[in-house]
Design a protein around this ligand. Structure first.
Ligand SMILES: CC(C)(COP(=O)(O)OP(=O)(O)OC[C@H]1O[C@@H](n2cnc3c(N)ncnc32)[C@H](O)[C@@H]1OP(=O)(O)O)[C@@H](O)C(=O)NCCC(=O)NCCS
Length: 148
């Protein structure tokens, strides 16, 4: 049973820990170590709290926090699922959760800037490529999905 709820500042260390595990164990397959290190420095617990103040941040919980996603309007940010919980539908639940909120707010599409690692996940979930960009954190794919 997976619950999705709003992030609380007390979750910051758990969320930062999941992001670091993802970066080191999953994203490291697609990006050089200097980019992974830069991203780990970027996503400290304090930074997670700062981001949560700027965006709507959510966590997925089973026995503990297993994933996170953030939303700013119709933009998807910072989706990470703990490597040991990957492939169980948590990423899909998180994404569909914020898409439903965007529909409620009147948006007709979602947008994301996806890592190479998550590119095929988004395409599987109905997103289509818009363009690719070079960022401070390496190559990213801009994708969008029309909302019902
Ligand atoms: C990408 C990520 C969020 C996916 O979360 P997840 O919980 O493992 O995904 P789900 O189990 O909900 O998968 C949903 C569907 O997408 C597919 N999928 C998941 N990851 C995929 C990938 N990397 N490539 C292709 N398909 C993928 C699943 O097989 C599933 O397909 P189905 O329709 O046949 O059931 C997770 O693997 C992750 O955190 N990756 C590392 C961090 C990262 O890159 N985050 C994104 C930053 S932009």
């Amino acid at each position: 049973m997976v619950t999705i709820r709003r992030f609380d500042n007390a979750d910051a260390h758990a969320v930062a820990g999941i992001i670091e595990r993802c970066l080191r164990e999953v994203n490291s397959r697609d990006y050089p170590s200097e980019i992974i290190e830069r991203m780990c420095v970027h996503f400290t617990a304090q930074r997670v709290q700062e981001l949560a103040a700027q965006r709507q941040m959510f966590v997925a919980e089973t026995d503990g926090i297993t994933g996170t996603i953030s939303r700013a309007g119709n933009k998807v940010h910072s989706m990470f699922v703990h490597p040991t919980s990957a492939g169980r539908g948590i990423g899909r639940l998180l994404l569909r959760h914020i898409e439903a909120l965007a529909v409620t707010d009147g948006y007709d599409h979602m947008e994301t800037s996806a890592s190479i690692t998550a590119h095929d996940f988004y395409r599987r979930l109905g997103y289509v490529d818009v363009r690719s960009i070079e960022t401070d954190f390496g190559l990213n794919h801009i994708l969008r999905r029309d909302l019902p």
